[in-house]
Design a protein around this ligand. Structure first.
Ligand code: S3P
Length: 465
């Protein structure tokens, strides 16, 4: 049951989802056994672990749990009014030993690869498979089957892979576009590509670089504005050099990845919810520890800073080629509006919903520029945030690809209104933050937080005790 704050104390949020997916996939591609610690036991990351197992990597979990066991344990109740679970809940983190397929390559799986809700799993997997003579049916849940796959299939097909739609296209209004389920076929003759992506997407970039490191020849990639760079940082740990040449990323093909040990830092995007809750809730002060401080992931702190929020960062050390440290946030009674630069949108894309919530408590009109990609996430997040803020009595609307929030320094006090996050973990957590900060809202179906953060409600409760 989420009640009104304050939130006080330290929190160690689960491991970074983006880094965890990449570590598992690169370990699967590598020769030898990699040890990956700090993996979050979240649905998305478990989907990647299961997919690489189906493709022939050997995954074992250190300690008493198995992969199947982690997936089956419950993590959260169904709505925010139910009691938090205790016995039998998933552990927040686990360590996996992954014996990769290396030079023998992945095997053709005997069942569809079900990526669940995870776009990163589906898109990066295609890059992993592209340079091998294997065929796999890639699918996911209803939400993932509505998300565009053409952006990643196009460069991979230019390299030599092929895809065919299996089943009917989910969204006839947005054709031509490719949707899961897709039958994906790689090719051992795959060749490097020079690709200028029309969108900034770390998933597209990663798929191309992973494929390019094994394909023949050179692969070179550019995107309009920089997206998160975890793949470029991690590939060298597995023995593959990535160069930057004239603003493009370049990788030479025909490489062999060798096993590496990776320690996954805590996820700054998950930490953002508690930090925002602290900023909004009177009497709060929260410190998130051991968090990844990759500049491409903590740009949301600059946005909070521009709103006048009391946030500070302390860098400590590097892990998995990533900077790590702690972030602290405290209640800020008066916030001001903000206008974000279009070039920043890829770096704050996962935090826009919770930033918009903070902006809704600021005085003045905030504009988040060029955030149309939010429509392609686990749900249409632009519609979701506009709907949530509407329940709080705040005027918010889409203007082209911009999101406008007319903050009045307060939310309306009314009877609690129900909000459905439509199965979207980040919208559910944003609404739970609003509730902790005193908003009159009840969150239906909060169980979807397990996609990235199974223990979210438990941790929030602990910060309030
Ligand atoms: C991710 C990249 C982003 C982000 C997603 C995770 C990744 O998506 O929104 O949550 O791990 O590469 P796009 O690449 O589609 O921008």
């Amino acid at each position: 049951m989420v009640r009104k704050g304050p939130l006080r104390g330290c929190v160690r949020v689960p491991g970074d989802k983006s880094i965890a997916h990449r570590a598992l996939l690169m370990a699967a591609m590598a020769e030898g056994t990699s040890r990956i610690e700090g993996l979050p036991a979240s649905d998305d990351v478990l989907a990647t672990a299961r997919a690489i197992e189906s493709l022939g990597a050997r995954v074992s979990v250190e300690g008493p749990s198995s992969l199947a066991d982690l997936g089956h344990r419950s993590g959260v109740p169904c709505d925010d009014a139910a009691p938090a679970p205790s016995a039998g809940a998933r552990p927040p983190a686990f360590t996996a030993l992954v014996e990769g397929w290396g030079a023998s390559g992945p095997r053709t799986p005997d069942a569809p690869l079900d990526c669940g809700n995870s776009g990163t799993t589906a898109r990066l997997l295609m890059g992993v498979l592209a340079p091998w003579p294997v065929e796999a049916l890639i699918t996911g849940d209803d939400s993932l089957r509505r998300r565009p796959m053409g952006r990643v299939a196009s460069p991979l097909c230019a390299m030599g892979a092929s895809v065919s739609a299996s089943g009917s296209a989910a969204r006839v209004d947005r054709l031509p576009e490719l949707f899961l389920p897709l039958r994906f076929k790689g090719a051992s003759s795959a060749k490097g590509v020079t690709w200028d992506s029309p969108i900034s997407s770390a998933q597209v970039k990663s798929a191309v670089l992973l494929a390019g490191s094994l394909a023949g020849g050179t692969t070179s990639f550019s995107e309009p504005a920089p997206s998160r760079d975890h793949t470029e940082r991690m590939l060298p740990l597995f023995g593959v050099e990535v160069r930057t040449v004239g603003g493009r990323l370049v990788v030479e093909g025909g490489r062999r990845l060798r096993a590496a040990d990776v320690s996954v830092p805590a996820d700054p995007s998950s930490a953002a919810f508690f930090l925002a809750a602290a900023v909004l809730s009177e009497g709060s002060r929260v410190r998130a520890q051991g968090v990844g401080l990759n500049p491409g992931r903590i740009a949301y702190l600059d946005v909070l800073g521009c709103m006048g929020a009391r946030v500070s960062v302390r860098a400590a050390l590097a892990s998995a080629a990533e900077p790590v440290g702690s972030i602290e946030a405290a209640f800020t009674p008066s916030l001001v509006s903000v206008e974000t630069d279009p070039g920043l949108s890829a770096s704050i894309i996962d935090e826009v919903p919770v930033l918009a919530l903070v902006a809704s408590k600021a005085l003045g009109t905030s504009v988040f520029r060029s955030v149309g990609e939010l429509r392609n996430k686990e749900s249409d997040r632009l519609a979701g945030i506009v709907g949530l803020l509407g329940l709080l009595g705040v005027v918010a609307y889409e203007e082209g690809d911009d999101l406008v929030v007319e903050g009045r320094g307060r939310w309306s006090a009314s009877d609690a209104r129900p909000f459905s996050p439509e199965g979207d973990h980040r919208l559910a957590m944003t609404a739970l933050v609003a509730k902790a900060a005193g908003a009159s809202v009840s969150v239906l179906d909060a169980a979807c937080v397990k996609v990235s953060y199974p223990g979210f409600l438990t941790d929030m409760e602990r910060l309030m005790s």
